[in-house]
Design a protein around this ligand. Structure first.
Ligand code: ADP
Ligand code: MG
Length: 253
């Protein structure tokens, strides 16, 4: 089964336990939102799934296709079909977004088959154009140097284009709370909407209830103090919008 199953995950940062037993199942083809107030461990979950070494897994697992991805390198996670946002390096003047995406795709292909000669340039151009059309992006964007002077929104756009090119089965996106303006949120949501379908699901981690204005999740999870305390349909996010996280906290106190 190509679903991501997070089981009793405990994670510490600098000796403090932040995730205190997270359980969550994300089936392929579904969009799940993880919402919660600041400081509750949402980004810790995202960084742990990405394999950031500052986040120490104390116990628990994240299973995908029979493997515990927490034991794998970020590369191997990607080859299994998981896209983790923020994989692209910081600004690389001299490397266009198109070249970067072609390298990323070829690395993926070589990971699957060491004999792979890489995607032919003509085929890659056709693929990239099709993805940019799907995402309603101007073709000139791919000729820009990667992240060199990109605005926040353009960085998000580059990330979504990378996601579209790599065609993951499951995408994990953390809308880190600081500095994400509504435009960037809209770009990410529209990208997820354009790519969602039976072949791709996503975990959208956010504290913005507003995300519901842009992307309709199949399931909403509420995280409080390092645990998922409640899961429900989109109506749960509407409830949060009306009553706030405090109402959920009181229920579970
Ligand atoms: P959220 O994304 O829900 O706002 P975070 O996962 O960013 O929450 O943070 C949860 C807790 O973990 C906070 O108390 C934060 O201070 C702590 N934390 C997160 N990352 C680090 C880090 N790299 N070093 C020290 N503390 C951290
Ligand atoms: Mg965060």
């Amino acid at each position: 089964m190509s679903e991501l199953v997070i089981r009793d995950l405990h994670v510490s940062v600098e000796g403090n336990e932040i995730l205190k037993g997270v359980n969550l199942t994300l089936p392929k083809g579904e969009i799940h939102a993880v919402m919660g107030p600041n400081g509750t461990g949402k980004s810790t979950l995202a960084y742990t799934l990405m394999g950031n070494p500052a986040y120490e897994v104390m116990s628990g697992e994240a299973l995908f296709k029979g493997e515990n991805i927490l034991d794998l390198s970020p590369d191997a996670r990607s080859r299994l079909g998981i896209f983790l946002a923020f994989q692209y390096p910081v600004a690389i003047p001299g490397v266009t977004l198109a070249n970067f995406l072609r390298s990323a795709l070829n690395a993926r292909r070589r990971g699957d088959n060491s004999e792979d000669k890489g995607i032919p340039i003509v085929e890659f151009r056709r693929l990239l154009k099709a993805k940019m059309d799907l995402l309603k992006m101007d073709h000139s964007f791919a000729g820009r140097y990667l992240n060199d002077g990109f605005s926040g929104g353009e960085k998000k756009r580059a990330e979504i284009l990378q996601m579209a090119t790599l065609e993951p089965e499951i995408a994990i996106l953390d809308e880190t709370d600081s500095g994400l303006d509504i435009d960037a949120l809209r770009i990410v949501s529209e990208g997820v909407n354009a790519l969602r379908g039976p072949q791709m699901g996503a975990l959208v981690i956010t504290h913005y209830q507003r995300i519901l204005n842009y992307v309709k999740p199949d399931v909403v999870h509420v995280m409080l103090d390092g645990r998922i305390v409640e899961s429900g349909g989109p109506e749960l996010a509407l409830y949060l919008e009306e009553h706030g996280y405090e109402a959920v906290r009181e229920k579970h106190a």
